[in-house]
Every structure is written in C-alpha cells, then in structure tokens.
Write a protein that binds this ligand. Sequence first.
Ligand code: SAH
Length: 412
Amino acid sequence: MQKKRSMQELNRGKGKSENKSLNKTGNNATKTEACPYALKCGGCDYQGIPYEKQLAEKQKEIQKLLGGFSKLYPIIGMEEPFYYRNKVHAVFNRDRKGNIISGVYEKNSHRVVNVDSCMIEDQRADAIILTIRKLIKNFKLKVYNEDTGYGLFRHVLIRTGHVSGQILVVLVLSSPILPAKNHFVKALRAAHPEITSIVLNVNDRRTSMVLGEREIVLYGMGYIEDTLCGLTYRISPKSFYQVNPIQTEKLYRTAVDYAGLTGKEVVLDAYCGIGTIGMTAASKAKEVIGVELNRDAVKDAIANAKRNGIKNIRFYNKDASDFIVEMAALKAKCDVIFMDPPRSGSTEKFLDCVALLAPQKVVYVSCDPTTLARDLKYLTKKGYKVEKIQPVEMFCFTRHVECVTLLQRKDM
Ligand code: SAH
C-alpha cells in the first residue's frame, strides 16, 4: 500500500492550525513542507508556497490572460495536493564519486539531480526507482553516459493506475539486450510484487527524447489499465494519459457538462489520446469521432471502446488539422467539438475548419492559457463567443493550469 502523508502530518509541528480552515476551493492545504530538491530541481515552480496561495497565483494569471473573454470561475483545487502524479520519470546517471543516481535534470541543464522521493509523484513509483538503482549496481550493469553514448540504463518511466492499482515499469535502455534479464525481472518483481508489467524500451539514439520506438514486453501485459468516470482504459507506454487522475474526473465531467449533449449530436473529439473524453461523452451523443496523431494511443482508444462496449465511436490516426480539413471538404455534420491539443495549442488550419463545420458548441480543454488565449481570440473572430471558462488544477506545485472553455456560435 502506498503510504500517503496527509496534510495534517505535513503541517504537524509547524505551530498554528491554519490547515483546519477550508478555503473557497474546499481544500484545507495552506502550508507545505519545504522540498529538499526545490532549489535544484526544475520540476516545481511553487515549492515552499502555501497551496492556497498557489491557487490564487494561478487564478490571477488566468484572469490576466483570459479574463477579457468571459466569465472565469474559481479554479477547482485539490484537497491533498501531494503525490498525485501517476506518471513518474527518472533519468539515470552517476555522481562525482561514481554512485548511481536517478532523478530529474537540473533546471536548464543536463545535470541530474538525485531524487529519492518527490512530493508530487506516486510514492509507489519512487520506491521502485530506488530499487532499480540498487539492482543496476548489484547486477553490475552500467548507466548510460550522455556525453560518451556508452552505458545501458538511460531512463525509467513508471505509470500507476489510481483505481486499478496496476503498475507498469518501462526500462529505457540503449540496447535491446539486458544481461541476466530474467534474474533482473525476477529480483524487481520480488522486491515489488505490486508491479503488474515490465517493458524494455529501446532508445539507441543520441536524443533528448525519453522513449525510443521499439518495445519488448518482459513481464505482464505491456500496459496498465485504469478507470476514469466509470470507464476502464488501457494505457500503453507511449500513449498520453492525464497525470492527475483525481482531477481528471473533474475536468472531464466539466467538459462533458459544457457540451450539453442530448443524445442527437455528432461529436468530434480532436487530439483524443486514448479516447477518454469522447468515450465519457459517448453515452450522451449520437456518434463520436476521435482523431489522434499517436499511433499507439489510437490502438489503445480502439481497444478501449471495445472493452467498454461503446459502439458509437470511431477513431482515426491522423493529424487533427488534416483530418478536420477533410471533414470540412466533405461538409460533414458536426454538432459539438471537444478539442484538447498539446501545450502549443491548435493551428489556424484547424480553427478555420471549425468555423466551416460550424458546430453549435466547441469545448476547448487546454493545458496552456497562453496558447488558449491566442486560439480563443482567433475563434471569436470566426463567429464564436466564449461563454465560460473553468480552470481545473491538474499540476499542483507547478505553474501550469488546465482550463475548460465553452464556446458557442454567435448566431445561436
Ligand atoms: N484528450 C486526451 C489527450 C490530450 S493530450 C486526454 O485527455 O487524455 C493531447 C493529445 O494530442 C496527445 O495525445 C497527442 O499525442 C495529441 N496530438 C499532438 N499533436 C497532434 C496533432 N497534430 N494531431 C492530432 N493529435 C495530436
């Protein structure tokens, strides 16, 4: 079982009982313990800042960027803003004394900060990484050296299922050959019987990308499953999956609620990943079409629809902009668009075709308010009005914010 430190524990011995008062977002987190890695690690922007203040900062930032468009609701915060990350990545290296270390890159550099446990990562994952570090040493294996290109162990990526409890360990190696492979896997499983799958990912290129193309399943199914909003999904190593499962349910419920579906609509789920938003909406729509660039994610999405018995959804492995151009050329019917692009936002090509398809509603899920503001500005010139924006906290301790925006056609 994962041992979670509660807010009370974290605040214990710090005097005043500030944490007992609930703030507007319903969370009781007002203080934080300092993270020992905060000064070097580039992961968190808000370490040492009380959680309530972090939320206020985010609200202020969004207000500045998006307040001019429409009503902005208060951000939905977390009650326990710790250990939420279900995807944990660590890079291997050696310190000056030659000890094997693992962790994150120091801010703006390729120096590795050795991290034993992180306040925002799933603690089961952190414990497994420590074991892998020991096993590399015990098995006399080598960690990869970025400068020379020699060595085997490059990264480890761990995905944990919040509901299922399943754990996938992806060992990213520079070669497909892991000496004493079976013993290594056996030792790792013996130390962590909670691991449900182990995959060897081969990354033999001099690149800063974590994962390579080739995957060899060493144990289990090669993916994890997890449940969100009542549906169960398979998630492969390379597929995108929201990193904060507790908040994702709030995010998706808001998005589907904003779509106001009645059962008659044809819905496009653009940038659909493994199909989660589209499938959450499918029971309330006539038909859903998902489009996604990542091949593995689309394979997962198809398997997920089957697994959940959802028959009114189809997936296409394409660039979202190219796909919507085809839809517009065919004058396809489309009543609602969910769009959830990466941080870079969408493209003018995509947004032009949104205007051509003219769905009544566009529900824009964004993880970057700057590109969201840019795209909203464009859409408001193309016949859409921003009705409301709901920020949702997905990335506690970092400056990142997720927002769900509802746009309606102005002539409706
Ligand atoms: N809606 C999903 C995924 C959101 S993340 C969820 O909530 O889980 C953004 C997704 O866009 C990723 O899966 C990424 O692979 C995909 N993507 C990135 N560029 C794309 C493009 N040009 N066309 C289609 N999908 C793209």
